[in-house]
Design a protein around this ligand. Structure first.
Ligand code: C2O
Ligand code: CU
Length: 483
């Protein structure tokens, strides 16, 4: 699949893809307006630009899948067709969809069998940057993900360019192709991970058919490849700007096991939204983005040159993910790498606040759950309160209640905790509750505590888990349930 040219996908509906509201993107997709879409999950040859093409999974022949753009309030209908040889589903990450549309196999629906189909229907709401992905086994890691952009009902302008950038980590064999799936240790490293391989979301479905047995040590040398919109640097599409442009980037971390520290050489980044929800804009040198998180940033093109938008893998401490930002007249220059500058500012949750007051009930929570996150080191499993999904506890609530989750990370690795069907607020006593961040994924740093609160306003059986896919599959998940 070629992404480097702006080749736009023709859909059976004739929905035009490409520029919408002044935006451009290098992943083919649908313009806002088409509300009846089809996504076919299939096995495809994937070409990341470097190394030989290999078999992985795609939506409609591409990974990332088509960018879906809708307007807030629109009814979205997506027919998922399964042409894989294993079951699949789609989860609409961050959107508080009705429970039956949430795409968690064995929890909110039966997985769609090979040859089968399923129609997802929900009202896109609220506006912001989201993504969709398979929730079956390791399929997200094998390419089944794409961007979901919900544009505000009344368009807001102010940007000369907008780019959707999906970040993904691939573990690639020296000899070509992907490492076997599951291909990382529960710690997130690249060892075979001896004790893994109990794909929990969908039974044994996590096992890659062509890729050998899970849990066996990898015998070939593997390396980590970081793709932006499905291409490894420098094979991707550069972001082309003119002096004076205001550029909005919608960054989506669809990686399975990587947290990034993002920076743009020669520029600072102004954070506009976290997990799709507006914050009071604030400018930083470095923006951290964990698995499942999205960040919208803008920068002003006021420093002509060829620059690198680059990300450090905070776990491996190496830099690999990158794309170029090229000013007019600098199209053929090699981009400058960001040099180390002392005193770089890093955006953290504690520096940010909701852009405008968002109602949040006052007073103590009606339910309060402690969630101890542990595992790793000497244990092959990851758990919440010492229990692994599906044997983990269920968190009950009554409709309308305010629920607090107090996470205690008793491990040396961060856990991006994600709650389906709801937004939660990050408890921050330095701010009034109506300014607390509204998020659906929150990183609990190693050996730290983090509290979130949500209102039980969307009844159902909701998956709650670490968005490190390897941790999730190793058991770090439970269910929030209320009728
Ligand atoms: Cu993005 Cu349960 O996942
Ligand atoms: Cu985790």
């Amino acid at each position: 699949m070629e992404y480097t040219r702006r080749k736009f996908l023709q859909t059976s509906l004739g929905a035009l893809a490409g520029a919408a509201a002044g935006g451009l993107w290098s992943v083919p997709g649908w313009a806002a307006g088409g509300t009846k879409l089809e996504l076919t999950a299939q096995e495809s040859r994937i070409d990341l630009g470097r190394g030989p093409a290999f078999n992985a999974f795609s939506f409609n022949g591409q990974t990332p899948g088509p960018v879906i753009r809708v307007r807030e309030g629109q009814e979205l209908q997506v027919i998922l067709r399964n042409r894989l040889q294993r079951p699949t589903t789609i989860h609409w990450h961050g959107q508080p969809v009705p429970n039956a549309m949430d795409g968690v196999p064995g929890v909110t629906q039966a997985a769609v069998p090979p040859g089968g189909s399923f129609t997802y229907r929900f009202r896109a709401h609220p506006a912001g940057t989201y993504f969709y992905h398979s929730h079956f086994g390791y399929q997200l890691d094998q390419g089944l993900y794409g961007a979901l952009i919900v544009e505000p009902a009344r368009p807001v302008g102010g940007w000369d360019r907008e780019e959707v950038l999906l970040l993904a980590d691939w573990v690639l064999a020296d000899g070509g192709g992907m490492a076997p799936v599951p291909r990382r240790s529960p710690m997130g490293g690249m060892m075979g991970g001896g004790m893994m391989g109990r794909g929990r979301m969908g039974g044994r479905g996590g096992r890659g058919g062509w890729s050998g047995a899970p849990g066996e040590p990898l015998t070939e040398p593997y390396y980590q490849g970081y793709a932006v919109n499905g291409r490894l640097y420098p094979h991707g599409e550069p972001i082309k700007v003119k002096k004076g442009d205001k550029v909005r980037l919608r960054l989506i971390n669809a990686s399975s096991a990587t947290t990034y520290d993002l920076s743009l050489a020669g520029h600072r980044l102004t954070v506009l939204a976290l997990d799709g929800q507006d914050i009071t804009p604030k400018t930083f040198d470095v923006v951290r983005l964990a698995m499942g998180e999205r960040v919208d940033v803008e920068f002003t093109a006021d420093n002509p040159g060829a620059w690198l938008l680059q990300a450090y893998d905070t776990g491996l401490g190496e830099s690999g993910l990158a794309t170029a930002v090229l000013y007019q007249g600098y199209e053929d220059r090699p981009p400058n790498r960001p040099g180390f500058r002392p005193g770089l500012s890093l955006a953290t949750y504690w520096d940010l606040a909701a852009a405008r007051p968002v109602a949040h009930p006052a007073g103590p929570p009606q339910r309060w759950y402690q969630q101890v996150l542990s595992g790793g080191m000497h244990s092959p499993y990851w758990s919440i309160n010492g229990r692994m999904y599906p044997d983990s506890e269920r968190l009950g609530a009554a409709p309308g209640e305010k629920v607090r989750l107090s996470y205690f990370n008793r491990s040396m690795i961060p856990h991006p905790m994600h709650l389906h069907g709801h937004f939660f607020r990050i408890v921050n006593f330095a701010l009034p509750p109506e300014r607390w961040l509204v998020k659906d994924t929150a990183v609990v740093e190693p050996m730290r505590r983090l509290d979130v609160e949500f209102v039980a306003d969307n009844p159902g059986l909701w998956f709650h888990h670490c968005h490190n896919l390897y941790h999730m599959e190793a058991g770090m998940a439970n269910l929030v349930t209320y009728a």
